[in-house]
Design a protein around this ligand. Structure first.
Ligand SMILES: *Cc1c(COP(=O)(O)O)cnc(C)c1O
Length: 387
């Protein structure tokens, strides 16, 4: 027997999408602008790879949109994170504070630096970092000496903290960045899900030393695959470009590289897609917001769950809409997911928490009960801008 709550949830989708063809994907890219024109231009001119005008244009357009002084395009969001951690000084053997509730890329990029993800908990409302509990935790485990923060328990340096704007909802940036300042921990913002999200009126990605974006196929803007680094520090921006482009010194013909760097360049053909996508972003964000309003209206009549809304301190891009089942209904999550799929509604749970993945099972951590509990209750629901 299907529970009453699950039936009510199914009813919401009948009401919100009466005439939409099933299956309804979770998040679909939309190409209704100049994508074809710009891609054709790449093919016609032969500039499909690491050289071409679209990379430059995409970076300048991203700067204009986010208000960040510098944007450096990159092959994907995970690679951008790896470079971001290195730019703020993360080295092999260091620890980096990472929320356990995030996509695996946030943590893997730490491991790719040879460093160790140290998992921290989320707060119930934004799903972002809980600054209050993190403060108590750091007061217990952190030792700051000569501007260096060390984990007293492991003896390792805590070299960075990364905050993630989960599903596009801005976390409590001020509280987290103040804590980072107090403990001398460099702060990185993972804005992979937050292009078009604002904290206190300013675009996300402008608060940390370095921030990152992702343009994977399921994000609000896609380049097929891609990412970017954002920074307001011109010196860091130069190093970011150098590190992501094989550390080649500018020269007409000579191959002179001065550092063991990466080929993390975004190909011109992907950037072309990005330029066209960015031209339509404002409209797509407007549509996503309208969809979230419809969801909100329909879900607020139900008492067994909460529809996730943007926090009062900011504006969300509503990348992925979510409902959170009340605690007493957490056992119904899988039934809800199964029934939705059966009806052609693509829904999915939140990620498995990082500390519950096999490769991160033994990593250092604080008490993570809030994230553990949230993971059991979150259901992401269709969020495409064309719905
Ligand atoms: C998508 C995503 C990434 C990584 O992006 P890729 O471009 O897929 O490498 C990193 N962090 C978060 C929170 C993401 O959602």
């Amino acid at each position: 027997m299907t529970s009453v709550l699950t039936q009510e949830i199914l009813g919401v989708f009948d009401k919100v999408f009466p005439n939409v063809k099933r299956p309804i994907p979770l998040h679909e890219p939309i190409f209704k602008g100049k994508e074809w024109d710009y891609l054709k231009e790449c093919l016609d001119t032969g500039y499909v790879s690491s050289v071409g005008k679209f990379v430059d244009k995409f970076e300048r357009d991203l700067e204009a949109f986010t208000g960040s002084k510098h944007a450096i395009a990159c092959v994907n969001g995970t690679a951008a994170l790896q470079v971001a951690y290195q730019l703020v000084g993360v080295k092999a053997g260091d620890e980096v504070l990472v929320p356990t509730l995030t996509f695996v890329g946030t943590a893997n990029a730490v491991s790719h630096c040879g460093a160790i993800p140290h998992f921290i908990d989320s707060e119930e409302f934004t799903f972002g970092l809980d600054a209050k509990r993190l403060q108590t935790y750091l007061e217990d485990i952190a030792l700051v000496k000569n501007g260096i923060c060390t984990n007293k328990k492991t003896g390792r340096r805590i070299a960075a903290l990364v905050g993630v704007h989960i599903f596009g909802h801005p976390f409590s940036v001020d509280e987290v960045s103040q804590l980072c300042e107090r403990f001398h921990i460099p702060f990185v913002e993972d804005c992979a899900e937050a292009l078009g999200s604002y904290y206190k009126g300013k675009h996300t990605g402008n608060f940390a030393k370095v921030s990152t974006l992702s343009f994977n196929g399921n994000k609000v803007l896609t380049t097929g695959g891609g990412g970017a680094l954002l920074t307001n520090d011109s010196e860091l921006a130069k190093r970011a470009k150098h590190l992501t482009t094989t550390a080649k010194r500018a020269h007409a013909w000579e191959f002179m590289h001065d550092y063991v760097a990466y080929n993390f360049r975004l190909p011109n053909i992907n950037a072309a897609l990005g330029v066209a996508q960015l031209e339509q972003l404002v409209g797509n964000l407007r549509n996503k917001r309208a969809l979230s309003e419809r969801y909100k209206g329909a879900f607020q009549k139900l008492s067994g769950l909460k529809f996730v809304e943007e926090p009062s301190h900011g504006k969300s891009n509503y990348w992925l809409n979510a409902i959170v089942l009340n605690k007493e209904h957490s056992h119904l999550r899988d039934e809800v997911l199964e029934q939705l799929h059966e009806k052609g509604i693509q829904a999915r749970p939140a990620w498995v928490a990082m500390h519950q993945l096999p490769m991160y099972g033994e990593n250092p951590r604080m008490d993570l009960h809030v994230a553990e509990d949230l993971v059991k209750r979150i259901v992401n629901i269709p969020s495409s801008a064309n719905l």
